[in-house]
Write a protein that binds this ligand. Structure first.
Ligand code: ASP
Length: 310
């Protein structure tokens, strides 16, 4: 059985001076996941390893380097899904956790599928999962962006000011770079897995949860069809259950490349949305598509080299 891995480092209009670090970060993540698969590890371990590399890389909107919410702090969402059992684990609106995907993995091993906010943090503490300070996750770039976004939106009515940046961007008012991360993998045993982690959308309301930790929207994995991780304007992605939509298209016989494109077309037409997705089927065939200016990504299949793009 061929092994394969695809990662993304977020959609939106990644600025020119951040293109190289996004590509390099995706390649590093791809390498980390690949080492797991090559050593005979599981797809689940591979997607977790890949996403953790990107959570630690401050260029991405996940873990360290996440965008700031309306209160100027980082709140993260993450989820992981096993295509063999269809089991998943997720955390949402969680604070002071460097590696939300590892915490989501702990949830996967528990009796529940999704823990949020204070409950997720209590779960982390009870499990001995390392916590950090708010400031450990905040990078100067995002502080500058946070002040900039608030200044640009200051003339908008209060309601617009408190909307997540992604929604405002969807209304054509202002766009901003974000960098949710995700990975999908196929292991030597023929199992698929998916993982997605994000700081969400800039200036989002406290407690706002997007698509990323929602099974079917931010990710999906089913050994009978495909694995998918998504990025983009979360509120629109939820409308069309983007990850499940994409994997269902593969299940109906579409090649992943065509299915990814068709799913993003549905996101735009029915969800009025912006975003991207990566897709991997049980034969190790790769697909990706996006309708934002850029989406950082990298993949590796079988004996091939790492391929990256943006
Ligand atoms: N989908 C993420 C969210 O809405 C953001 C992103 O992918 O850029 O939380």
């Amino acid at each position: 059985m061929p092994i394969a891995l695809v990662v993304h480092g977020g959609a939106w209009d990644i600025p020119d001076d951040e293109v190289a670090p996004h590509r390099a970060g995706c390649r590093r993540a791809c390498d980390a996941g690949w080492h797991v698969l090559q050593a005979g590890g599981s797809a689940l371990d591979a997607v977790e390893a890949a996403v953790r590399v990107m959570e630690d890389d401050p260029i991405f909107d996940a873990g360290t380097g996440s965008v700031l919410n309306v209160d100027g702090i980082v709140e993260c969402d993450a989820a992981i899904m096993d295509g063999a059992s269809l089991r998943s684990g997720a955390v949402a609106a969680v604070q002071r956790v460097r590696d939300p995907i590892a915490l989501a993995r702990r949830v996967l091993a528990s009796q529940v599928v999704l823990l949020v906010g204070a409950g997720a943090e209590r779960f982390a503490d009870a499990a001995g999962h390392p916590r950090c300070a708010h400031t450990d996750l905040i990078v100067p770039r995002e502080v500058v962006r946070w002040h900039d976004v608030r200044a640009r939106l200051a003339h908008q009515p209060r309601q617009a000011f408190e909307r997540p940046l992604g929604e405002v961007a969807g209304r054509g008012i202002v766009a901003g770079p974000m960098g949710t991360v995700g990975a999908v993998a196929l292991d030597a045993a023929g199992h698929l897995a998916a993982a997605t982690s994000t700081g969400g959308t800039g200036n989002k309301p406290a407690g706002r949860v997007g698509d990323s930790p929602i099974v079917g929207s931010g990710l999906y994995a089913d050994d009978e069809t495909a694995a998918c991780s998504t990025t983009g304007w979360g509120e629109s992605i939820v409308r069309v259950v983007l990850a499940k939509t994409a994997t269902d298209l593969v299940g109906r016989g579409m090649a992943p490349a065509a299915a990814a494109g068709a799913a993003i077309e549905i996101l735009a037409r029915r969800g009025g949305g912006l975003g991207g997705c990566i897709l991997l089927d049980r034969g190790g065939r790769v697909g990706y598509a996006f309708n934002t200016p850029r989406m950082a990504h990298a993949y590796r299949c079988g004996d091939g080299p790492v391929v990256d793009g943006i």
